[in-house]
Design a protein. Structure first.
Length: 161
């Protein structure tokens, strides 16, 4: 391998690894938030005492139960995101877009992983998107110079890492 190829591989790995770590931090932060909500709701459920206003008490408990169910669904989503991140092989390179690819287009740059929104690496914007998102589905399996149309706009794939 020539020096330029080694430098490019090093840059690509650093960028991909940085994006991966940002996604992992995103999931960890969401988990911490949901765990705090659950803890807070459990404390509220335990400390609530039956007052003379029985209906008010029951309504409060029902609302807390709904919040707990919602938090449980969020935990399930976080588990799915962790599983997806665990499947990413940072060393896997391919001419086709796959899980873990960085896709450079003439409109934006995407990291196919989880839906974590816009991330910045070396002051450059990247969009962390899921394979199951509309744009992720369109990009999956495509190659350099392929074009996709999303929301009436045409995107050309410039390169894939």
């Amino acid at each position: 391998m020539e020096n330029t190829e080694l430098l490019l591989l090093h840059y690509t790995m650093n960028t991909k690894e940085s994006l991966y770590n940002l996604c992992k931090n995103y999931v960890d932060n969401r988990l911490e938030t949901v765990e705090n909500i659950i803890f807070s709701n459990q404390k509220a459920l335990q400390s609530e005492t039956k007052s003379s206003a029985g209906d008010k008490h029951e309504t409060g408990r029902a609302m807390l139960q709904l919040e707990m169910e919602k938090a449980g669904q969020q935990l399930a989503g976080i588990s799915k995101m962790r599983l997806i991140l665990a499947k990413i092989d940072l060393l896997n390179t391919s001419k086709n877009v796959h899980l873990g690819s960085i896709v450079y287009t003439n409109k934006a740059t995407y990291f196919l992983s989880i839906s974590a929104g816009q991330l910045k690496v070396a002051n450059k914007p990247f969009f962390a998107i899921s394979l199951f998102s509309p744009i992720g589905k369109l990009l999956l399996g495509k190659q350099e110079n392929d074009e996709v149309v999303f929301n009436g706009q045409s995107f050309k794939i410039i390169s894939i890492e």
